[in-house]
Structures are given as C-alpha cells and as structure tokens.
Design a protein around this ligand. Sequence first.
Ligand SMILES: [Zn+2]
Length: 225
Amino acid sequence: MALWTPQQCRVHIAEIGRLIYDRRFSDSAGGNISERASDGNIYMSPRYTGSRLHWQLQPEHVVCVSPEGELLEGEGELSREVKMHLAIYRHFPECGGICHAHPHNILVFASAERPLPPTSEQTDKYGTVPLTRFARAHSQDLADVVIEALLPQREKLQKHAIACLLPRHGITIAGRDLNDAYDALERLDGSAKIWIDRAVLEIADRLREESGFDTPDGVWADSGF
Ligand SMILES: [Zn+2]
C-alpha cells in the first residue's frame, strides 16, 4: 500500500483517534495508534492521549519518531507503548498502521484470558485471535510477546490486518495501513459483542427449557429458543 505524507498521517491519526473514543474502543485510561509515513518515520498519538486529551487529537498533537525511537517532532511526549509499535514496524516492513486499544467488548475476553474466535462472515478471515503470554503494560516484554503472537500470522498481513489479545489489558492490531487496523478493531469488537449476546440467548434458551419461560404467544418456542 502507498504510504501517506507526514501531514496526511497527522490528520488521519487525529480522525481515527476521535472515532476510537466515540465508539468506546478505548477510554481515558489509554490506548495508542500510529502510522508509517512516506518519509520513513512513524507518526503516533502522544502520551496522555486518553487521560488529558480525551482522544480529541489535533494534527499538531501527533508526535513523529524515527524507526530507532528518537522523538523528532511534536508538542507532546512519546507514548509509553512506543516500544511495542516500533518492534512491530521493525519485524513487519509490510505494516503501515497500528491500533493498540482497550475496547469494552474485547476486554471481556482479555480479562477472562480467552482467545477470540470469529462469529460471522465479517470476521472469519481473522481466524481465532490469539492471546499473548502475560506481560506488563509499557514493558519491552510486552513488545516481545506481541511479536511472538503476530509472527505466525505474517502471511495474512498481505490481505488484511492481524491481531493479538493482551491478557487483562486489551488488543494490538497491525494493518497494512491505519484504516486496515481500524477496520479490524471495529469488526473484532463487534465480534466480541456477538459472543457476549449469544451467551444471553443461551441463558434464555435454558430458562425456557427449565421453567417454560416464554412469551404469551409462544414466539420464543416457535423461533427455536
Ligand atoms: Zn494499553
């Protein structure tokens, strides 16, 4: 995929950041996004994007960092998850954008330390999203376990984004560009919600079997519940 100019990346990161917050894919507790630009540098949401900026990013908030980790431009400080982002760009030259987020539905799976299976045609292509080994937020260890979980999925990155769940933390998604990573974020959080809602249907099914629970006209029984 063609890489965008630095200014396009700044505007794009600000736009995607607001979408992430509005749709509750991350909250004020954190999350960070980045994009590789045509100048070879990485453009990234700054530290405190959640807690101080509430994801209301402006293009000038976006920081520019060299692939080696040197802060080159930007008003803010570097995110503490920059190590994870740079490790992904280093190991995956085909990666052009990354979302690390704490989405509400995916967090149910991350908290329960369960991988996330696909639920519909919209998520079949990702397969079951694996869970990494536990590593503390902001650590080099976290960068290492993410690479370990993403490497076996490398081939898929030719066609779409790849992802891994971080136990008790969230999700990291590497895309061909930031749109690709964001698209996966939205689909996978939707998929997690489908699993949770299906569990409610199964409880309703059990209630009907155990206690004859139904609507007065038997609609639930007629529809197979
Ligand atoms: Zn995080």
